[in-house]
Design a protein around this ligand. Sequence first.
Ligand SMILES: [Zn+2]
Length: 273
Amino acid sequence: MVRTRRGSPVSGRLLLISRLLMHSSLKKPSSFSTNTNEAKPNTTPAKHRHSSIPETRVSQKRSFEPTTHPCMMPFLSPKLDFEEVVLQISWQVCFSCSAKKREDYLEWPEYFMAVAFLSAQRSKDPNSQVGACIVNQENKIVGIGYNGMPNGCDDDLLPWSRSADDRLDTKYPYVCHAELNAIMNKNSADVKGCTMYVALFPCNECAKLIIQAGLKEVIYLSDKYHDTPEMMASRRLLNMAGIQYRQFQPKRTQIVIDFNSINQAGMLNGAPH
Ligand SMILES: [Zn+2]
C-alpha cells in the first residue's frame, strides 16, 4: 500500500499533508502505541524535525520503525495499518523534504536556452519559430529576441510564405531573425564579450551582426541547415573573426512550464515555501 505512493510524490504530498492536518480527528488504532517508554527511540536527526508539529504527534511517531534518510520515502513495518502509514509518510514530508536543496533545478545553459525557446513562442512565423538570448559574463541576460517582421511593418500584410514565384512574396526579404532582434533589444550599452544562446545555427547575415556586435561565443541547439550556402558562409565568417561556436547538448529533451505548480507544494501550517 505504501510503495504505490512512490509514483505520485506531489499529489501524494498534498494528500498526506492534508491528512496530517486532519490527524487530531483520526481514531487511534488499537495496535497504535503511544507509550513512549515502550517505543523505540527516534533515530532521525533533530534538525529535520518541524518545530510547529505538536509533541503528541512526535511521540506517536516513536512507535514506528526507524527510517532511512529523511528525504527517502519511508520503509515501514508491514504490521502498521493504514492510519499509521499515513502518519509516517506525513512525518517524512514535514521533517525532511522541505529542508533539502532541490537537485533538478535548471543549470545556467539550460536556463538560457530555455529562455530562447520560450521567446520563440512569441513568433508569428507559421513555419519557423526561433529565439535568441544574449548573456553577459555575469550570467545576466542582456537581450532576447525572436524572428518577426520589423517594427511598424504590419505582419498581417507582409508574406509568411517560404516559397513563391516572386521572392518578394516570400518572408525572406522582410523578416528579422532572432539574433538581430536580440542584439537590437539589448538593455545594456553593448554586447561585447557576451554569449548568444540561439535555437538555430546563425545564418550568414546574423553572423555578420554577431561579429560586428562583438559577441564572443554562440551556443546553438540545431544545425539542420548545416550544408546550405548561408551556413557555410556563416561558419567561414565566424571562424575568421575568431568567434567560438558550439552545439548545446541538453540534459533533458523538454522543460514543462506548469502554471499550476505554484499551488501544489510549499505550504505547511501556514508557513509559505
Ligand atoms: Zn539569420
